[in-house]
Design a protein around this ligand. Sequence first.
Ligand SMILES: Cc1cc2nc3c(=O)[nH]c(=O)nc-3n(C[C@H](O)[C@H](O)[C@H](O)COP(=O)(O)OP(=O)(O)OC[C@H]3O[C@@H](n4cnc5c(N)ncnc54)[C@H](O)[C@@H]3O)c2cc1C
Length: 470
Amino acid sequence: MVKKVVIIGGGIAGIYVLRNLLARRDAVAEGLDLTLIKRERSGWVSTCGLPFALRGWYEIKRTEINEPKFFLDQGVDFRTETEVTRVSLDDKSITLVTGEELKYDYLVIATGRSPSVPDAVAETELDGVYTFNNEIDAEKIEAAMEGAKNAFVRGRGIIGLQAAVAFATRGLKTTVLGGPPSLLPSSLDPDMGDMVKKWLEEQHGIRFILERTEITAVKGEGGRVKSVVIGEGASAKELPADVVVIARGMKPNTKLAADAGIETGESGGIVTDSAMHVKMKGVRSYLHDVFSLGDCTEVIDAITHRPRLSQLASTVVVQAKVVADNILSDINAQPSLYSICEPCLSPTVAEIGGLLVGSVGVTSEMAARVGIKTMSGVATKLVKARYFPGAKPLTLKLLFEAYTHKLIGAQMVGESTVAERVNELELAIRAGMTAEEMRNTERCYDPSLSLLIDVTIDATEKAIGITPVY
Ligand SMILES: Cc1cc2nc3c(=O)[nH]c(=O)nc-3n(C[C@H](O)[C@H](O)[C@H](O)COP(=O)(O)OP(=O)(O)OC[C@H]3O[C@@H](n4cnc5c(N)ncnc54)[C@H](O)[C@@H]3O)c2cc1C
């Protein structure tokens, strides 16, 4: 009998489960009936490309990699501009906002996340105040930039900073509000975050307010935002703003799952096992036919072994492969197809106004929170021989567990060679490499591409108290 898979969500998570199943549907002798349901009008949009579209590098429309027709032509029941209002695990069905009920053999929950919006912003009906979550938000932000002079961004994470750079690049006077002490706190220690702040202040003229304060009022004229007020009482400040972006505190969208009795965890995300199966609240075993993945789902941190959120496209694509593997394994009763997600290291890389920022593993603060003692080394060095024109510096911070000397985190800021270093150091963490092993590792060399003694060796030696050889 044909097996019916229903996917709720058409972000990267839902789409990549669909893509994996489409690529391998021949593996199911009886056939697969695939349905995907999403709120947006689009097919598949590369959300990660939206900040660069706002900078004017290309049109927002170009981030739509596939239109709905692409999936409809492959026989997928691809439903856009609709919404699932209820999941019933008892009779294996979902209900749409239209009242239509769909049965499933396998259900995939990929409902994503939403920024947490301050009360004063939630209450406003003024135009020009938006979140930055998808292409619909990007279109509104782009329209609001027309003729605007002042921009205000709430959020000091990657999305907030990339939005700020887009505004500054388009000539808007831009202010970013975030908490202390520095930028990108979920991936960088304050000393590294300060380097990003300095760059954005000096290269892009962005102003930062890093205080424990909140937007307390949004004021406007003729239905459009004109200013925001931050703080209260005597310390309240009013700042001009023709466009406001809220990009902070991405909360997992779990209501649909929680209403169905599915368990959510301490991070706020849906709880799964390593094969991405969900479980009912208060029940120990996981459901073999219901999966959750993506930004609505909690992961286990590979270093702290605690649950947390990852909310990265790079995490999502791995989870999607695992979900597809396990649906096919279950249908075909083929245990060899069964796969699991490794605990998460969340490698990140971001281009923020010409500066490349990368990280993997834990920060000092994350390690301290769970009682892991660390030793760290920071080094700054050119990434190729100094006599080569255009040789740029890179600052690298490595964190080792103080007792075992194993690498547990890396952070870097520079103008090149960041993505490949993040991936290299992720492998080193997964391999359990110690500082001593890393110090004595051979590295490839050509003066036009690398240094004879790389910044990684310097940062490692500094962490173990050895003076690097220059
Ligand atoms: C601007 C921006 C830039 C980013 N850049 C990067 C990057 O460079 N690198 C990186 O690794 N990550 C990046 N990320 C993060 C990455 O995009 C997310 O991790 C990823 O998009 C999450 O995908 P998702 O499918 O889990 O969630 P979402 O993209 O939030 O998709 C959720 C989907 O669920 C649907 N949905 C929710 N509830 C319902 C319902 N009840 N009924 C029907 N449909 C529903 C929504 O309509 C949507 O289609 C970026 C994120 C943003 C916003």
